[in-house]
Design a protein around this ligand. Structure first.
Ligand SMILES: [Zn+2]
Ligand SMILES: [Zn+2]
Length: 269
């Protein structure tokens, strides 16, 4: 198993050090993991800071890569929280360091974080979805120095914050904007990630869900990595078997692994 989305205490929302996460990976029999700690410039919340010293981070990864080289391959990555005006800053960050893999995520919409629920206040569900996917599209239009888009339908994780008056909203209601987003990702030669954290967050599905992955496949999307978005050691590789079975059912035979920012397709085992 290769887990392409793992956090450590370099992320403000994870309390486990890299070494503890690595021990979790070894226990879960992972062949490789990628540390993709959060860099979210200008997150807009005074309570949390998603920025850290990259040099220390990469130094730690190198040291631990060497120490555990016989047990598990440790790769270096980032999960960049993108906002459309941060393109230059994020581009510099990626260009000036050596990473194996970069995830681009959209955690904020028009400067408002999804996590606290404010974004959904006094808003119709359909408007929230359209605004969210429009923001993803803006991010894609302004930044290209990444490999896959993180948890593409993150908004589904926050369904509990939303207006309950039109609960029946389904993918058909925002298909047009979603399709534009997927077409853009494919035309850029980028991929998506299959993020298994959805199973832990009570939406009983991976992110994106099966309907979105189906649409991605129909549109010709071939590139995807699988990641747990682990914030604790026991999350590593969580529900990968379920995700792999689903991907095979949809007709996929290969998934992607990235090293030195290069994509290698490997067979889904
Ligand atoms: Zn994220
Ligand atoms: Zn994450």
């Amino acid at each position: 198993m290769h887990d392409f989305h793992v956090h450590s205490s370099y992320s403000a929302d994870c309390k486990y050090c890299m070494e503890t996460m690595i021990k979790g990976a070894i226990k879960a029999d992972a062949k490789s993991i990628v540390f993709t700690d959060h860099i979210d410039y200008e997150y807009g919340s005074p309570d949390i800071n998603f920025v850290f010293e990259i040099k220390d981070y990469l130094k730690d990864i190198m040291r631990l890569r060497n120490k555990y080289k016989n047990d598990v391959q440790i790769l270096s990555g980032l999960e960049i929280g993108m906002q459309p005006y941060l393109n230059e800053k994020n581009n510099k960050l990626v260009q000036n360091h050596e990473f194996d893999f970069i995830i681009m995520s959209t955690h904020l919409v028009e400067g408002v974080e999804l996590h606290g629920g404010d974004f959904f206040k006094n808003k119709k569900k359909i408007d929230a979805f359209e605004q969210y996917y429009n923001e993803v599209l803006l991010n894609l239009n302004s930044f290209s120095n990444f490999d896959v888009v993180g948890h593409l339908n993150l908004i589904d994780r926050y369904i509990n914050f939303m207006d309950k008056s039109n609960d029946s909203l389904d993918i058909g209601d925002y298909r047009d904007i979603l399709k534009k987003v997927l077409e853009k990702i494919i035309s850029m030669g980028k991929g998506i990630e299959i993020n298994t954290s959805g199973y832990r967050y009570g939406i009983s599905s991976c992110l994106p869900n099966i309907e979105i992955i189906k649409l991605y496949k129909e549109l010709g999307g071939e590139i995807f990595t699988i990641g747990s978005d682990a914030h604790t050691p026991s999350d590593i590789g969580h529900n990968f078997d379920v995700a792999k079975a689903l991907l095979k059912e949809l007709g996929y035979t290969h998934m992607s692994m990235f090293k030195n920012r290069r994509n290698n397709f490997i067979k889904i085992d």
